[in-house]
Design a protein around this ligand. Structure first.
Ligand SMILES: Nc1ncnc2c1ncn2[C@@H]1O[C@H](COP(=O)(O)OP(=O)(O)OP(=O)(O)O)[C@@H](O)[C@H]1O
Length: 795
């Protein structure tokens, strides 16, 4: 007993000495700087990200003249090169040193949420606020904060609204010092037109805002650099070495390079089995369960089938080691699905295998990603979207076939996928296998020896010119044909094409169309005619929607103004049913008929108000063609019926099976409805005749974002906390943000099934940050009131 006490005493003394030594070294280092930031930032990066030191290229990049002189910069590196950390350090610098706010643009809602959560501990420690602008989240105009700096983490669409709003209220240049764009190459995908439009406006307005873009390697970096007047930094750094293989039938080749280009060198033969004809399971088994493996598949169905196929080749021994935590994962998944678990995942997870695609809800995907990162599961069969968004590195990456959907894979897709191979800090190397049939072998050789794709402006492809003209006129950036021409000289489209006489003609036609449709008007200004927006044009710009959508919305709102039905939410849900989703959700006639027939009198009345009656339904059922307008309304109303079921508290699983569509799609419909709701609200606020409708829609916002009971709402404010996790938290006694903020990480991990420590830490920090931000806002409001009272006599 005595000796134990002495040992403990010694240990304690020793611990104290270590602590003192550590303290001293920290004190010494306090005076050191970390790229102009307090040394504390380096310690926090080590604490929260587990990164003790920067890679050489990261240091080089942060020390570039372009950065010092705040010149715009694009830096391009292969996937997993560590680009994000550089951007984060730049953002911290902008807030802590230059005392300006930052906009961080990311491609998808789920990545925005993930980033908000990951930045929260830094926000608490470094005293800044992280605001989420994605889906239905993010207020316009953004709340102005006097004391704290803000990172707005935004999707492409929300960032566009944010920039417009801050510009027109004169706050953009005053408040924003830096805009960071992750995955800049997405400018070459359809949604990229919005990003290009946002950046064009900033470039044309010639604001003192530093723009930094990150990208994977792309073919036309210089064109992008011309567009952004940016310097370029490239590096081909990979934290771990990557070896590439091709497997064609039973032959494995390694990909080697010589002066003539890439070659396939035969390496080994594999034995194809009837239950594993491609040897995909064989390749997986070579690495799991000790290491992790990602299998990219061409389609969603394929992901599910391959996951099942792999499990059929695994024996019981693959189930044993992680039985308990895998069951905890299944329970967490059941929680998200209100008791339902996907039948396939139920079979595969005990083996440590899962599938991952957009048919799953965001919450399910998040749980699987966390489980993969914490080694609870060791193999995920996924579609190519996983490569673009989520950071899930694996020892081995297998590309099951050289197709994405039914299109042959491009070099940048290939690079993006194989880029996931190799876990920095976990494996010394990574491997990739591209599987193909003999008849695709030639195409593979061409692919491997081709140039990396360029990313092209999408303004023309997506017919985005009219919206961009409207927005530029609305913001007061342009008002004459000459201005508009000059404005378009600042686009990426211009950097890629000569804007010749044809283009002038094209612009003139776009302007004429906008005048004809009544979105644009001319006004005399002295001798000159200048353009200005009509009510409709203003609404479209404010709501960030196309003029065609604005016309439909205007007509819908006019009807609603005359006879909005308040007896239920169906009419309001129809108004906010996103137009863009109709093409993704096909109508099932029988389901439509059954759901329509089950509507009560009040609900049928709503259908009538918007133009659907029994006659329309019968005509539709009999397959007779209706006018375009009626078909359009019918299709939208079908989506409204789906939303209505969710609104009535049916979960995404039930609704998915009722309408025979994947639950992930039901979830995206809900997310885009929440986002469209904020657009419609802004439209109604701009066109004051509809302001009463804005009030009605605002009341729905919060419930629409989360679609859950009131007691869960405060918990769902937390980034990445979805229904299942909110319920787990509530059941464990975490009823509000205060209780979460006060919790310690270990007790939370003990109380919640399948909650990794890192995530618990981020959830607690996010709760603290939300509360601090709220408290500070109230304090600022109180100060403003008191300032107003200053000098006032009380009596
Ligand atoms: N200096 C470093 N030392 C060790 N690990 C690092 C370092 N910098 C970043 N990482 C880690 O490397 C991984 C990949 O980093 P990151 O996601 O920033 O790469 P990326 O280049 O942005 O990749 P992508 O193109 O996929 O977005 C992350 O887990 C990150 O924490």
């Amino acid at each position: 007993m005595v000796s134990k006490n002495i040992t403990e005493q010694l240990k304690a003394n020793n611990g104290e000495k270590c602590a003192v030594r550590q303290e001293k070294s920290n004190v010494l280092r306090i005076s050191e700087e970390f790229f102009g930031l307090p040394y504390k930032v380096k310690l926090l990066i080590s604490k929260y990200k587990g990164i003790p030191d920067l890679y050489a290229w990261q240091k080089e990049c942060l020390n570039l003249e372009a950065i010092k002189k705040r010149k715009n910069l694009i830096y391009a590196l292969p996937t997993s090169g560590g680009k994000t950390l550089v951007a984060e350090i730049l953002m911290f610098r902008e807030m802590l040193i230059h005392e300006k706010n930052v906009i961080f643009i990311l491609p998808y809602v789920s990545i925005v949420q993930e980033k908000v959560r990951a930045l929260s501990p830094f926000g608490v420690e470094l005293n800044f606020v992280v605001e989420e602008y994605a889906g239905g989240k993010g207020v316009f105009p953004p709340v102005k904060r006097r004391r704290k700096r803000i990172i707005y983490v935004a999707t492409i669409e929300k960032a566009s609204g944010l920039v417009n709003n801050l510009y027109e209220t004169g706050r953009l240049e005053e408040e924003i010092g830096l805009i960071v764009i992750d995955e800049l190459h997405l400018i070459g995908e359809p949604r990229g037109a919005i990003l290009e439009a946002t950046l064009t406006k900033i470039m044309y307005a010639n604001l003192q805002i530093h723009i930094v873009g990150m990208s994977a390697t792309i073919g036309n970096l210089l064109q992008l650099a011309t567009f952004l007047n940016a310097e370029v930094f490239t590096h081909n750094f990979r934290p771990v070495e990557l070896t590439e293989y091709v497997k064609c039938e039973s032959q494995v080749y390694s990909i080697t390079s010589d002066l003539e280009g890439k070659k396939l060198t035969p390496l080994r033969q594999v034995k194809l089995q009837p239950n594993d004809p491609d040897f995909v399971a064989g390749l997986v088994r070579e690495v799991i369960p000790d290491y992790s493996c990602l299998v990219f598949c061409a389609s969603k169905k394929n992901c599910e089938n391959v996951a099942l196929l792999i499990c059929r080749t695994l024996n019981e021994s693959f189930q044993e080691p992680k039985k308990d935590i895998r069951h905890a994962l299944l329970r967490a998944l059941a929680e998200e699905g209100n008791g339902d678990i996907c039948k396939i995942l139920k079979q595969t997870i005990p083996f440590g295998v899962a599938y991952h695609h957009s048919g799953l809800t965001i919450a399910e995907r998040k749980l699987l990603e966390e489980a993969f990162c914490s080694n609870t599961i060791c193999c995920i069969c996924c579609t190519s979207t996983l490569a673009a968004g989520v950071n899930l590195p694996a020892k081995r990456v297998i590309i099951r076939s050289p197709y994405v959907g039914n299109k042959f894979i491009t070099l940048s897709q290939y690079k993006q996928m194989i880029g996931r191979a190799g876990r920095a800090g976990f494996n010394e190397d990574g491997e990739s296998f591209l599987l193909c049939q003999k008849n695709d072998a030639l195409k593979i050789m061409t692919l491997l020896n081709s140039q990396i794709n360029s990313c092209d402006s999408q303004l023309k492809e997506t017919n985005a010119f009219p919206s961009l003209i409207l927005s530029a006129v609305g913001l007061g950036l342009v008002s004459s044909p000459d201005d508009i021409k000059l404005f378009f000289n600042n686009t990426l489209f211009h950097a890629q094409n000569d804007l010749d006489a044809d283009f002038d003609g094209f612009l003139e036609k776009s302007i004429k169309d906008l005048l004809d449709v009544g979105a644009l008007q001319t006004k005399k200004h002295g001798d000159m005619s200048v353009y200005q927006l009509s009510d409709l044009g203003r609404g479209a710009v404010k709501a960030n929607i196309t003029i065609d959508d604005a016309k439909v919305l205007y007509a819908d709102l006019k009807i609603a103004l005359k006879c909005v039905s308040l007896s239920n939410y169906l009419h309001r849900l129809y108004l906010i049913t996103p137009y863009s989703m109709a093409c993704q959700i096909p109508i099932n006639k029988d389901i439509y008929f059954n759901v329509y027939m089950a509507l009560d009198t009040e609900e049928l009345n709503v259908a009538k108000i918007i133009g659907i009656d029994d006659g329309c339904i019968m005509k539709f059922m009999s397959g007779r063609k209706s006018t375009d307008n009626v078909s359009h309304i019918m299709h939208r109303f079908y989506l409204t019926l789906i939303l209505h079921k969710l609104w009535m508290n049916r979960n995404v699983w039930e609704v998915g099976s009722l309408f025979n569509i994947p639950r992930g799609l039901v979830h995206s419909l809900l997310t885009s409805a929440a986002s469209f709701n904020s657009s419609v609200i802004r439209f109604c606020e701009e066109l004051t005749q509809f302001s009463s409708i804005a009030v009605l829609l605002k009341e729905m916002s919060e419930r629409l974002v989360h679609c859950c009971s009131a007691e869960l709402l405060p918990l769902m404010e937390l980034p990445s906390v979805k229904l299942g996790r909110a319920k787990q938290l509530l059941r464990a006694g975490y009823k509000n943000l205060q209780l979460i903020a006060r919790s310690d990480v270990n007790s939370m991990v003990r109380a919640i099934d399948h909650l990794p420590k890192r995530v618990a830490c981020q959830i607690i920090a996010a709760a603290k940050l939300l509360l601090l931000a709220k408290a500070e806002l109230l304090q600022e409001e109180a100060e403003q009131v008191l300032e107003g009272l200053e000098g006032m006599k009380l009596y």
